[in-house]
Design a protein around this ligand. Sequence first.
Ligand SMILES: CC(C)(COP(=O)(O)OP(=O)(O)OC[C@H]1O[C@@H](n2cnc3c(N)ncnc32)[C@H](O)[C@@H]1OP(=O)(O)O)[C@@H](O)C(=O)NCCC(=O)NCCS
Length: 208
Amino acid sequence: MISFQTTRLDIRPLVLSDAEDVFEMRRDPEVAKWGSSGTPDTTISQTIDWMLSSCGPAASDTNDTTISPKKTYLKLVFAIRELQPSTIFPEPKVIGTIGIKRLAMPLGPVGSNRVRWELGYGFHVGAWGKGYATEAARGVMGHFGEIKWVLEGQGQGDDAVVVADGLWAATAEENLGSQAVLRKCGFGFVGEFVDELGRKNLDFQVLA
Ligand SMILES: CC(C)(COP(=O)(O)OP(=O)(O)OC[C@H]1O[C@@H](n2cnc3c(N)ncnc32)[C@H](O)[C@@H]1OP(=O)(O)O)[C@@H](O)C(=O)NCCC(=O)NCCS
């Protein structure tokens, strides 16, 4: 299992027992509006559905919290906790999530076999503005090679796809905070696209 700590954060694969904390974050419209659906979760079962479908092996099976090297699981989302409890979060709880997923290129032709590794994250509003997203993103980037190696099947690769170089991330045009995080982590702006919800997104890439 890939787990690690940064100066202030504990980062480990999300598991279903984290659902209550994650729901608390995902039910907040201020956080949800920047996510892929654009709307907040209204019930914990929506959060659990998201965890089961979008967060990778650890969150998909309560009995198995290790990463399985199945190629179907080309995603891994981590739970982020503060190492030192703070006044806002006195109990050690999940304050954010960050993940790496292998997804189709958003601008590729339909049916293209081009994919890319993409970084995504979100934090409880109480944790904003402390540099945590930057710290967590840098931490995950430091483990990017290991994460890819495990998710791709421990080095076996996949002949059916062409993987774009580096690590990518997309943010809504108005999401200046997220763009600042990406730039601080070394990402550069590479283009624009319109997502499924009609939102203009800015596309970023870093060569890892
Ligand atoms: C975006 C988000 C992850 C940032 O988390 P964070 O822990 O506050 O980020 P950091 O503190 O590491 O860095 C934020 C940077 O953005 C800057 N910033 C924040 N809001 C800004 C704004 N409106 N305009 C310009 N810069 C802004 C901050 O000043 C900071 O830069 P600095 O360190 O140079 O001062 C957090 O706000 C969040 O979870 N938002 C909702 C979900 C989301 O947007 N996810 C990303 C989807 S792409």
